[in-house]
Write a protein that binds this ligand. Structure first.
Ligand SMILES: Nc1ncnc2c1ncn2[C@@H]1O[C@H](COP(=O)(O)OP(=O)(O)OP(=O)(O)O)[C@@H](O)[C@H]1O
Length: 279
């Protein structure tokens, strides 16, 4: 469903490449988490996957980018958007600026897709309930809190039902309850066949929800695999991603000679099982 092969990219007039000979394959219906230090190129990868690079930002892109059945660099952005939805890091940038209410804002993409009115109404109501924003529908998109705006930005993408969703830190402005809800919604979408790439710093959430995790470092995929294995890898510190408090606690216990059985825990649930108090 996603096949990037030997992708190299530099922004216009930049002396160095941000992505260098990067290859990444993600099967359909997978929730793929991407982690990496600040500046590792996560947002750039999101823009490559969705076509904003190079279509909107220019620059030099080499290699092959196949996403949701299309060759992204060869497909006009307006068409690519139908297949690959991008939730940007800053929801304020995603608001169209052309609509007076949240309902109209969420309808904006559907209008461009030519979806008929009854279907549009049905989809908007459904996404409003799913993300618990039905009560905001008549508000101005600019009279929302950062977290509410983030949910509206996510709703605007989900409502178009793209085959692939790329989400760049979609829960950065949400409280823990909102974060859990978004991760649960996204997991549910993958069960229905949507492929999701989630660029994220919240390692515990990725451990609990992702099917696979990718570490970006030096413009390449440094590591890719099962979430617990990847997120407890000792090299994460050297790659600038850090580790969760549960991983740190287990390591420090081992350093003091204590017996911490099994694989290193990453999340609270892992820690419960590791210390024998699970289920
Ligand atoms: N429009 C641009 N023009 C030139 N350089 C850019 C542009 N956008 C990003 N960069 C550079 O590309 C590199 C990767 O940036 P990117 O935003 O992709 O990293 P990131 O991993 O998403 O970081 P963060 O976690 O801080 O969001 C950085 O060195 C950044 O300065």
């Amino acid at each position: 469903m996603i096949a990037l092969d030997h992708v190299t990219y530099a922004y216009p007039d930049a002396a160095v490449t941000v992505l260098t000979d990067l290859s990444l394959h993600v099967p359909r219906g997978t929730l793929c988490g991407v982690v990496g230090a600040s500046g590792a190129g996560k947002s750039t990868l999101a823009k490559v996957l969705s076509g904003f690079v190079p279509h909107a930002e220019g620059g030099e892109l080499a290699g092959s980018v196949q996403v949701g059945g299309i060759d992204v660099p060869q497909t006009p952005l307006a068409e690519a958007i139908e297949k690959v939805g991008l939730v940007t890091q800053n929801p304020f940038n995603q608001i169209s600026g052309a609509k007076f209410t949240v309902r109209e804002e969420i309808a904006f993409g559907l209008e461009n897709l030519g979806i008929e009115r009854a279907e549009m109404i049905m989809r908007i109501e459904a996404v409003g309930e799913l993300l618990r924003i039905s009560h905001l529908m008549d508000r101005s998109p600019y009279a929302l809190s950062g977290g509410q705006m983030q949910l509206v930005a996510i709703a605007s993408m989900l409502v178009m039902r793209p085959a692939v969703l790329v989400m760049d830190e979609p829960t950065s402005q949400l409280d823990p309850g909102g974060t859990r809800m978004v991760f649960d919604v996204v997991s549910e979408l993958t069960r229905d066949g949507t492929t999701v790439v989630l660029l994220e710093h919240k390692l515990e959430q990725l451990r609990d929800h992702a099917d696979q995790v990718v570490v970006l470092a030096g413009g390449r995929v440094a590591l890719q695999g099962e979430p617990r294995e990847v997120l407890s890898d000792e090299r994460l510190t050297q790659w600038g991603t850090g580790s969760t408090r549960y991983t740190q606690a287990a390591r420090s216990a081992r350093d003091r000679g204590l017996d911490v059985p099994g694989p290193t825990p990453v999340s609270f649930d892992d820690a419960l099982l590791t210390f024998g108090r699970g289920a």
